[in-house]
Design a protein around this ligand. Structure first.
Ligand SMILES: [Zn+2]
Length: 66
C-alpha cells in the first residue's frame, strides 16, 4: 500500500513520463488517462469494487478522497 501512497505504481502516466511508448488510457475502463488517483479513486470499475468491499465488510468506511 505504501507504493500506492507514494505514487510509485507503474501506471501509464508514469510509464509515459519515463519515455515509454504506452497508451495513456486506463487499462480497465479505457475512458480516462491512467494514473494512481484514477485507478484508486475514480475508475468506474474500481468504484464498484470498493462498494462491494464495503458491503462485504459490513462497515461504514467512507469513500477515499484525494
Ligand atoms: Zn479506469
Amino acid at each position: 500500500m505504501w507504493v500506492t501512497n507514494l505514487n510509485r505504481l507503474p501506471t501509464r502516466d508514469r510509464l509515459s513520463s519515463w519515455g515509454m511508448q504506452v497508451p495513456s488510457c486506463c487499462c480497465i475502463c479505457t475512458t480516462e488517462p491512467e494514473s494512481r488517483d484514477h485507478l484508486m479513486l475514480s475508475c468506474p470499475f474500481v468504484l464498484t469494487l470498493w462498494a462491494e468491499i464495503r458491503i462485504r465488510l459490513r462497515c461504514g468506511v467512507p469513500n477515499f478522497s484525494t
